[in-house]
Write a protein that binds this ligand. Structure first.
Ligand code: NCD
Length: 308
């Protein structure tokens, strides 16, 4: 049973296919309006979410399917001590595909091991978030027209930011890309990402604390929120939370075709005035996420023999 736990579960050819399907959905939405008629998505969110949960649910509805959901660990049998494995077996009896977000790294993997239906990782702790990367990739594709020869700046909480880890994995598979990793010392990219991805693949990267010094080089600037919920103490969070605030003024030295991305939610790291800059792509990214999740649900349900 094919599931999506890590972005690398998809080959680059499969990513191209998902992008082609998403583009076709954008162009011809009515063609897909009945594609998942009679099928059910289980939306299991054991951590807060606005975009990811709602976009999965909107995606399934726009494919003509239905959704049943758990929101918040407190309202399901997880609160009684049920294991993720037992939940997976149970949910497989009621639905056709699962999207799960969970605070523990590896929870989506355990779900997929125990479910009899496809599982989609909607974020597992500070580990990874492959469907956010699908949203990011469609945005990069639509803005830049390529996945190669890009200087990609990633800024903010690179330690706990799971979207960053998945994006680095995804973009490291294409030729000629270079990463500029911008963070406070304490929030650098984990060494496993550096060693197993960047160094192993020979991808050029630099680490810096200085956003302004690197701004003119960037083709993409991927801003992120400092992940308060993963900190061990509030003092560290308060000290680091405003390390980077992107303003209109700071963009003066940026390329005219820079693409500014952010997985959202934004707290303080992009000034609201930047939203009016044509280089701001983060709300387009939200919409792109829905189309890519539609394409993904179609692909996984087709492969599972659930739809034609
Ligand atoms: C991200 C997440 O949950 O990791 N949000 C999202 O899904 N778009 C980023 C974040 O919470 O900062």
């Amino acid at each position: 049973m094919k599931s999506l736990i890590d972005i690398l579960d998809l080959t680059t050819e499969e990513l191209d296919e998902l992008i082609a399907t998403a583009e076709d959905i954008i162009a011809n939405p009515s063609k897909y309006a009945e594609a998942c008629r009679g099928k059910k998505l289980a939306s299991l969110f054991f951590e807060p979410s606005t975009r990811t949960r709602m976009s999965f649910e909107a995606a399934m509805y726009e494919l003509g399917g239905n959704v049943i959901s758990v929101t918040g660990a407190g309202t399901s049998s997880a609160a009684k001590g049920e294991s993720v494995a037992d939940t997976a077996k149970t949910v497989s009896c009621y639905t056709d595909i699962i999207a799960i977000r969970h605070p523990k790294e590896g929870a989506a993997y355990v779900t997929a091991k125990n479910a009899t239906i496809p599982v989609i990782n909607a974020g597992d702790g500070g580990h990874c978030h492959p469907t956010q990367t699908l949203a990011d990739l469609l945005t990069i594709w639509r803005e830049k027209g390529r996945f190669t020869n890009l200087t990609i700046g990633v800024c903010g909480d690179l330690k706990f930011g799971r979207t960053v880890h998945s994006l680095i994995n995804a973009m490291s598979r294409y030729e000629g890309n270079r990463f500029v990793l911008i963070s406070p010392e304490e929030l650098k990219v984990p060494s496993y990402v550096k060693k197993d991805v960047l160094q192993q693949k020979g991808i050029p990267y630099v680490q810096t604390t200085d956003l302004m010094a690197v701004m003119p080089e960037l083709d993409i600037l991927y801003m992120t929120r400092v992940q308060r919920e993963r900190f061990f103490n509030e003092e560290d969070y308060l000290r680091l939370k405003d390390s980077y605030i992107l303003t209109v003024d700071k963009l003066k030295t940026a390329k005219s075709d820079l693409a500014i991305l952010h997985p959202l939610p934004r707290v303080n790291e992009i000034s609201v005035a930047v939203d009016d800059d044509p280089r701001a792509c983060y709300f387009k990214q939200v919409l792109n996420g829905k189309y890519m999740r539609m394409a993904l649900i179609l692909k996984l349900l087709k492969e599972a023999g659930q739809i034609k």
